[in-house]
Design a protein around this ligand. Structure first.
Ligand SMILES: C[S@@+](CC[C@H](N)C(=O)[O-])C[C@H]1O[C@@H](n2cnc3c(N)ncnc32)[C@H](O)[C@@H]1O
Length: 278
């Protein structure tokens, strides 16, 4: 029920646990604390003009592809991200990884690189990757085709990613040179828009990792600061899925804070939360 002033929802413990069970069974991630959940759901009830959580929740469950469920999942997830986050992994690619991948590709006469960002949020990670690859290409004579696919379970984040428009706060890791080279400043909104060429190198789809069925094998898969919200037993299953998406010798990048005890004969650990497929 919404409280007297009609702005703050109070969830019963049963409602909170029912929601937690539903998310666990269907998505596998941990929902935030009850206070944070109450705040987020209050906001959704106001936006969608509902008076109580029970009705909103029922409508969400009854329409698995509907906006209510999509907004609920999005509201319960953490979408924090920024350009050049955990830059050492991009530097590794720039200094070593890209060249290695391209040598393998050239041997197989396949000159298209495919990258995947799982939990791409509002696009900063895929666009950072694209910018690093463009920088790498500067030193090569042959033009190599590439594509970055970003997936996220939040439609709202995917729409933001597609817009390619950012406040300066999210660009703080980017130096002035790259900022002027890869973005245009819009004075009316005080925002920076990513160059059309970079935008066109990235695709964004609102789908969960669990449902995603790729049509290509990827040279690099990024899944950073996503698994941290999942239960241990789910994490191992998700990493298995991510590894299946990879080409032989391809790289899987996890987040630096994600300490994962993962062992498999399919990959070797190469340091800095990075695995290479064998
Ligand atoms: C904290 S952000 C991390 C963004 C970016 N990877 C980074 O490291 O900056 C986590 C994102 O993962 C998304 N996410 C969580 N679980 C997911 C899943 N199973 N499939 C797809 N996206 C997921 C969330 O919606 C959120 O946008």
């Amino acid at each position: 029920m919404l409280s007297n002033n009609n702005s703050m929802l109070i969830l019963t413990k049963e409602e909170y646990f029912e929601l937690q069970d539903f998310i666990n069974e269907n998505y596998g991630f941990q929902i935030p604390s009850i206070i944070k959940v109450e705040m987020e759901i209050s906001r959704l009830l106001t936006i969608h003009k509902f008076h109580d959580f029970a009705t909103y929740f029922r409508e969400s469950i009854n329409n698995p592809n509907g906006i209510y469920l999509s907004d609920l999942i999005s509201a319960l997830s953490n979408h924090y991200t920024f350009f050049n986050r955990e830059i050492y992994q991009f530097n590794f690619l720039l200094e070593k990884g890209f060249s290695e991948i391209i040598s393998h590709k050239e041997m197989n006469k396949n000159l298209k690189l495919n990258f995947l960002s799982v939990g791409c949020s509002s696009g900063e990670e895929p666009y950072t990757l694209s910018i690093f690859f463009e920088e790498y290409l500067k030193s090569r004579i042959t033009r190599i085709d590439y594509q970055v696919d970003g997936i996220d379970l939040s439609l709202k984040m995917v729409q933001k990613a597609r817009s390619g428009e950012y406040q300066i706060d999210y660009l703080r890791g980017i130096d002035a040179d790259k900022l002027s080279k890869y973005f245009t400043y819009k004075e009316s909104t005080s925002t920076y828009t990513i160059l059309e060429r970079i935008k066109n190198s990235c695709t964004f789809t609102d789908i969960s990792l669990q449902k995603f069925k790729p049509t290509v094998k990827y040279d690099c898969v990024f899944c950073r600061n996503v698994l941290i919200y999942y239960q241990k037993k789910v994490v191992v299953k998700l990493i298995d899925i991510l590894i299946d998406f990879l080409e032989k010798d391809g790289y899987l990048f996890l987040g630096g804070a994600e300490i994962v005890d993962y062992k498999s004969s399919k990959v070797k650990y190469v340091g800095q939360s990075t695995y290479q497929k064998l």
